[in-house]
Design a binder for this molecule. Structure first.
Ligand SMILES: Cc1cc2nc3c(=O)[nH]c(=O)nc-3n(C[C@H](O)[C@H](O)[C@H](O)COP(=O)(O)OP(=O)(O)OC[C@H]3O[C@@H](n4cnc5c(N)ncnc54)[C@H](O)[C@@H]3O)c2cc1C
Length: 294
């Protein structure tokens, strides 16, 4: 978005044909709101949500619309098949049989990044962080309009308002890895977990979960790649290099800020190589700070 509005020609390929259709909601902290402001989408975001959490598909839509409006050419259901680079540029071959030459190739494809395997061959893979995360949406309990948090015996429970009548439930368990839970059992297992919580108001949340709660369960993985995050003109950003940390609030904005800072450095550096060196230094410090906070 930032690069496209800076008069560069930007092509985006996204493997998901529906672009961000999955997931219940995401908690948006004050840092992420600052990133929205920097991207010029804060008003749009505030027009759509009354809470501190937002449905993931809605956030994906806002970001996608802004990227397209800024001039990015977006191709869904498409990925990078291969690339070859020389000192002057990168030739990229896409899964839709198209190809083009670029000044810079950026992999922002998340913690299970395929681009990471192509750019930084042999890089460490994400590892289980010792935390399991459960997430769902539920009708707002009476008298509970604001964010609330409880912590007991290795379980963190948070409620964040999504709208005037809907809350995001986020539960984090510190525990050894478990056997996978079948998707149809996630709701029942989440209810069991809440039922065992010492606080009555948390136990009461179990009864508010229903078939439209979009429950999910993830064994959280952690990744902290040392610099460099680029090879020549191919760069990795976001969770692809500093994957999900223990607390969620700053994480999404870390990825958005990566993109904002990258556009800034590309705009002012004399060469792509200089821009990537400065970018790496700035974002390494930011990712260290976020890791420390967690
Ligand atoms: C369970 C869970 C809950 C979380 N909750 C919160 C929260 O409440 N608040 C918060 O701030 N953060 C939260 N986070 C962290 C946050 O979601 C991530 O830090 C953030 O989404 C990272 O952004 P990203 O763009 O780097 O990667 P992603 O958001 O993972 O985006 C990667 C994109 O690349 C696409 N893609 C993947 N592979 C390919 C490919 N081969 N080719 C092309 N495209 C591809 C994907 O479809 C996706 O659109 C949570 C994380 C997890 C795991």
């Amino acid at each position: 978005m930032e690069c496209a509005s800076a008069a560069s020609k930007v092509d985006v390929v996204e493997i998901d044909p529906a672009w961000g259709s999955g997931g219940a909601a995401i908690n948006i902290g004050s840092e992420a709101r600052q990133s929205f402001q920097a991207l010029g989408i804060l008003d749009r975001y505030l027009a759509h949500t009354a809470g501190t959490a937002v449905p993931r598909p809605l956030l994906a839509r806002i970001l996608a619309d802004a990227a397209i409006a800024a001039g990015a050419d977006v191709r869904l259901g498409t990925t990078v098949k291969a690339f070859r680079q020389d000192p002057e540029g990168v030739d990229v071959e896409f899964s839709d049989a198209r190809g083009a030459r670029y000044d810079l190739l950026v992999g922002a494809d998340g913690v299970h990044s395929k681009m990471r395997e192509m750019v930084l061959r042999g890089a460490p893979r994400p590892a289980f962080s010792g935390q399991v995360h459960w997430c769902a949406v539920l009708p707002q309990p009476a008298g509970q309009q604001r964010t609330a948090a409880w912590r007991e015996a290795g379980v963190d429970v948070e409620l964040h308002p999504v709208s005037d009548n809907l809350m995001l439930l986020s539960v984090r368990e510190m525990r050894p890895p478990l056997d996978p839970v079948a998707p149809r059992q996630v709701l029942a297992r989440l209810r069991e977990l809440l039922d065992g919580f010492p606080t009555r108001s948390v136990r009461d949340l179990a009864a508010r979960l229903g078939n439209d709660s979009q429950p999910s369960r993830h064994a959280l993985e952690h990744l902290d790649l040392p610099l460099p995050w680029h090879v020549g003109r191919a760069l990795l950003i976001g969770d692809a290099v500093h994957g999900t940390t223990a607390r969620f609030t700053p994480d999404a904005c870390l990825g958005m800020d990566d993109a904002i800072i990258l556009a800034q450095e590309l705009g002012r550096a004399a060469s792509v190589a200089d821009a990537l060196a400065c970018y790496g230094e700035r974002r390494w410090k930011a990712s260290r700070k976020a890791a420390g906070r967690n």
